[in-house]
Write a protein that binds this ligand. Structure first.
Ligand SMILES: NC(=O)c1ccc[n+]([C@@H]2O[C@H](COP(=O)([O-])OP(=O)(O)OC[C@H]3O[C@@H](n4cnc5c(N)ncnc54)[C@H](O)[C@@H]3O)[C@@H](O)[C@H]2O)c1
Length: 375
């Protein structure tokens, strides 16, 4: 553990072993400024992911790495359930009051359809556990948080590309958990200027670290398009006909359009957001009534379902069969971000293109056809 005398700042990442979490941990480690503490209950992740991150970070250390550099590649990993305050408190207690500089709160349940079937489970895990985390942070003098939100908070946006000032209106319990937690954090910042917080509204993260060591490892049949296409190509999904939910939307080819960005570009947005919570940041106006901001993290470029299928065909060589079926309830035609606020205020960019995302995804999938394996 990095002590108070270490120059490394302790950052707690919730959901650190998950898809986005593992890439965020990697990006934080690369700076050699943060010491990562991960808490994850492995509901949807394999602890091996964090071993791989550490291995990757160590392999990138220069020959003249210092003791501090080496420390920064080690992860204090706790199997801990956010819905159990005693478990979370025990982690904070291990670092003492003020010992954790900030929190990147990524852990959540994320399946839109499932959230309508078991809404209370979603509200308990995503909302109640977040309130409890914030309470424990306050107890331990930790008042900086970066929160994982989602483009789903925009429902059917009236204007594309979507700016942060768009009214929030989600269609699913999952989406509503994201709006609720954003609101709770904003209220907290408003009540007490000790708090500094950034909500990051992710568009569609895709791809994997180019080493193929870490990537997305969904349990069961993937719910998202790109991992599903990767599983089809690698032979994990047997009924290999893709259902495309309608081609009569008001988009160029009639299929739904989403804004895909490379998961490492998304992860770099967390680093920028975390840095923005520090004393030297000029993201927050000192005269503002609160220190809270929400940013879109996307490329600002929409891709249709059929464009994605074609890009994956090129990356994998797999001859995808698809059939057009009816519209799926809750789908919206176009979710393309206006990322200009994050560009301007955080310096965020998402330079990696769709070809790179598909290539990296496929590299990860072929190196790890069954993900991280049994757990
Ligand atoms: N993947 C996407 O397309 C996407 C898009 C928008 C927003 N998001 C948000 O990003 C975050 C991460 O998504 P992901 O794709 O990495 O998902 P993921 O399931 O891979 O990661 C979430 C992690 O949180 C952990 N977790 C869940 N509940 C927990 C609890 N009670 N205690 C401790 N750990 C718990 C899981 O085990 C998992 O490791 C989520 O908040 C999700 O809502 C994801």
């Amino acid at each position: 553990m990095a002590t108070h005398t270490s120059p490394l700042k302790n950052v707690l990442v919730t959901g650190g072993a998950g898809y986005i979490g593992s890439h965020v941990v990697y990006v934080l480690q690369k700076t050699r400024q943060y010491k990562v503490i991960s808490i994850d209950n492995n509901h949807n992740s394999n602890p091996a992911a964090l071993d791989r991150v550490s291995q990757l970070s160590k392999s990138e250390l220069p020959a003249d790495a210092t003791e501090i550099d080496i420390q920064s590649t080690e992860i204090d990993s706790y199997k801990c359930d956010l819905t159990q305050p005693d478990q979370v408190r025990a982690v904070f207690e291990a670092y003492g009051r003020g010992g954790i500089w900030g929190v990147v709160h990524i852990a959540a349940y994320k399946a839109v359809g499932e959230s309508s079937e078991i809404p209370l489970t979603y509200y308990a895990n995503n909302v109640a556990a977040s309130v409890s985390l914030l309470q424990i942070m306050a107890e331990y003098d930790c008042h900086r948080i970066v929160y994982s939100s989602s483009a789903t908070v925009y429902g059917t946006p009236p204007i594309i590309p979507i700016s942060e000032t768009t009214r929030l209106h989600a269609y699913s319990p999952y989406g509503r958990t994201k709006i609720m937690v954003e609101n709770i954090i904003e209220d907290l910042c408003h009540s007490d200027r000790k708090w500094r917080a950034v909500s990051l509204r992710y568009f569609n993260p895709a791809g994997a670290h180019p080493s193929g060591l870490i990537g997305e490892d969904p349990r069961g049949r993937p719910g998202n398009l790109l991992p599903l296409l990767a599983h089809m190509a690698v032979g994990r999904v047997k009924d290999a006909t893709l259902k495309v939910f309608a081609n009569d939307y008001p988009t160029p080819d009639g299929t739904c359009v989403r804004d895909y960005l490379h998961v490492l570009d998304l992860a770099s947005g967390h680093l920028l957001a975390l840095n923005a919570l520090g004393p030297d940041s000029n993201v927050f106006d000192p005269e503002a009534t609160d220190f809270y901001k929400a940013y879109n993290l996307g490329k600002g470029k929409g891709m249709s379902v059929l464009q994605i299928v074609e890009a994956m065909r090129k990356a994998t060589g797999f001859d995808y069969k698809y059939e057009i079926v009816g519209r799926r309830r809750g789908d919206v035609p176009d979710l393309t971000a206006d990322p200009s606020l994050a560009q301007k205020e955080l310096g965020f960019t998402a330079p990696q293109d769709l070809e790179t995302m598909c290539r990296d995804l496929w590299h990860w999938q072929t190196k790890n056809p069954f993900g991280y394996g049994e757990y």
